[in-house]
Design a protein. Structure first.
Length: 261
């Protein structure tokens, strides 16, 4: 279903573009997830090697990118945007939906897993505020003469959030908002998966549902993967679009969530 919807949307966009020769620019929102399981730093270029994906959404976006690439090679004015894990507005924390990052923070708090979380071993998490993504889209739509074919809208290796620091911050803010949290026990991922599978029948329904979704989150802790953004960041900064520091916006992001959850 993800493949059908994504490819149909892509073809509709390209059909519309071909029917409107006066259109100066089109923006296609993809994801850094098109790297799939590829280890190391994802380049700001087309991904051509055969690779495995975490889910059908990533695979569909990767296939759609190849279709977009053909259109760009044929002269169509398109920029592919690859955002990382999108969170709320950096200033207000506001978001239209609490998606992956917020569920991941619930997991890292230990509240839904009896305090058991994966051993993080220095891993980082690439998150990006929604207002930065919007600014990049707006900039690119007006930069038909110098926008690149691919724009990485992400924190990059240098500014991705350290997961160990995120855990400390999440637990502090959760407690400040009245959440009761168990002591943490960090475990190797395989052991954690086994223990949670055994414990799941004993958990309250809400927590059992959360545990069922954990394989998706645990995938983030099994791989060493970063997303390059040197070229994209330089282009955006040259026009005054600076990358916000997660240290400056995490309290707003999590505060907005906690007041509404």
């Amino acid at each position: 279903e993800a493949r059908r919807q994504t490819l149909a949307m892509t073809e509709n966009m390209l059909t519309f573009l071909a029917a409107c020769p006066g259109v100066r620019k089109m923006e296609f929102v993809s994801t850094v997830g098109v790297a799939g399981h590829t280890p190391g730093e994802m380049p700001e270029t087309w991904m051509t090697p055969t690779r495995r994906f975490h889910n059908s959404y990533e695979a569909a976006k990767a296939e759609a990118e190849q279709r977009i690439r053909m259109a760009i090679d044929a002269g169509q004015p398109i920029t592919v945007h690859r955002p990382s894990m999108v969170v709320g507005d950096a200033r207000t924390g506001k978001t239209v939906a609490f998606q992956v990052f917020y569920h991941l923070c619930e997991f890292l708090s230990g509240a839904r897993t009896l305090g058991m979380i994966p051993r993080v071993n220095g891993q980082r998490l690439d998150i990006i505020p929604s207002d930065y993504v919007a600014a990049a889209l707006d900039w690119s739509s007006h930069a038909e003469d110098h926008a690149p074919s691919i724009l990485h809208v992400c924190a990059g290796p240098r500014d991705a959030v350290r997961v160990d620091a995120l855990i400390v911050r999440v637990r502090r803010l959760f407690r400040q908002h009245g959440r009761r949290l168990p002591p943490l026990v960090q475990l190797p991922v395989p052991l954690l998966q086994w223990l949670l599978r055994v414990a799941r029948p004993l958990l309250p329904p809400r927590h059992a549902r959360a545990v069922k979704a954990l394989p998706f989150f645990l995938a983030y802790f099994k791989e060493r993967q970063t997303f390059g953004n040197t070229i994209s960041r330089r282009l955006l900064e040259a026009d005054g679009i600076g990358l916000p520091s997660a240290d400056d916006y995490l309290d707003a992001i999590l505060g907005y969530y906690l007041k509404r959850s």
